[in-house]
Design a protein around this ligand. Structure first.
Ligand code: GLU
Length: 300
């Protein structure tokens, strides 16, 4: 962040369920960092993936943040109300030749990779994401119809950045991911497009979120540059794991946090971020103490 740019942070939950212990860690870290920098903290409801949205979850999330004292600046924004902005961004990429239609299905991509790797008849590996091999990059083959839209990666797609928690990161996006989807085959705008367009439009300077999203960051940096947006600073905080060793989520039994004891909920999240317990028992005093301690140890 350059000294002239005022800090703007954000918390961007997907309303697929209530906030659980893992999402509170991300919310708290980004709130503390914004407050420690005397910046603004925005909340954005990422309800773009409509089949995964759960009725009532967005209101429950906002309610939980309020009860934990994690106050936001401005009104929360909703991705479902921003479709025009995503369409504009898509159109500008298409006009510059940076987005192209793709007719491939997932299984076609997997098949093409398998025959390259093992010869026809090789075994598919379940659960492995295949880098898109660029089949439709130079135009749709005759008779094929467009299903999705992809970003045309630049020749040099090696991205490096310093993550404030995880350290120096590097990813060769062309090799690991390939031209990635901006608009999905079901007609919905992809998370990668929506998040980059919104971070740009809201003037976000600092993204603090769970380490499960570290692997999306290089893509987002490339897309941001393609859209002429400024680079952001990132901090990916450790995720909370469930008993099965996976990231805590609705699928492995994460429960909504109990906001009747907000200080306990926050203390637990703060411990996960490496801080010892606070002596403060009132919510306002706890938040002020945590902000001071965060500023001392983490805000550089
Ligand atoms: N909406 C995403 C999620 O809840 C987070 C997006 C982000 O912070 O960039 O996992």
């Amino acid at each position: 962040m350059n000294a002239q740019t005022a800090y703007v942070g954000r918390f961007a939950p997907s309303p697929t369920g209530p906030l659980h212990a893992g999402s509170i860690v991300a919310a708290l870290a980004s709130w503390l960092d914004a407050r420690a920098h005397h910046g603004r903290w925005l909340v954005r409801i990422e309800d773009i993936d409509t089949p995964r949205v759960q009725a009532g979850a967005a209101d429950a999330i906002l309610d939980t943040l309020q009860q934990l004292g994690l106050a936001w600046d401005d009104r929360p924004s909703w991705q479902s109300q921003r479709l025009e902005a995503y369409a504009d961004a898509m159109n500008s990429l298409i006009r510059c030749g940076l987005a192209y239609p793709c007719g491939c299905t997932r299984s076609e991509i997997a098949d093409s990779q398998r025959s390259v790797a093992t010869g026809v008849g090789g075994q598919a590996v379940r659960g492995v994401e295949h880098a898109y091999p660029g089949i439709c990059r130079n135009g749709l083959a005759p008779g094929r119809i467009a299903r999705s839209w992809r970003l045309r990666l630049p020749d040099q797609a090696m991205v490096q950045f310093d993550d404030r928690w995880q350290g120096r990161q590097q990813q060769d996006v062309a090799n690991d991911v390939g031209d990635f989807v901006l608009k999905r085959a079901d007609g919905l705008f992809a998370y990668q497009l929506a998040v980059v367009v919104d971070d740009g439009a809201q003037g976000i300077t600092d993204v603090i979120r769970g380490a499960d999203l570290l692997g999306s960051t290089a893509r987002q940096r490339l897309l941001g540059r393609a859209l002429g947006l400024a680079d952001l600073r990132y901090m990916h905080v450790p995720v909370v794991l469930a008993d099965d060793g996976e990231k805590l989520s609705k699928q492995n039994g994460a429960i909504a946090v109990d906001t009747r004891r907000p200080v306990e909920v926050l203390d637990q999240a703060f411990r996960h971020l490496g801080f010892g317990p606070s002596a403060e028992s009132s919510l306002d005093a706890w938040l002020a103490d945590a902000t001071r301690r965060w500023a001392e140890f983490r805000s550089a």
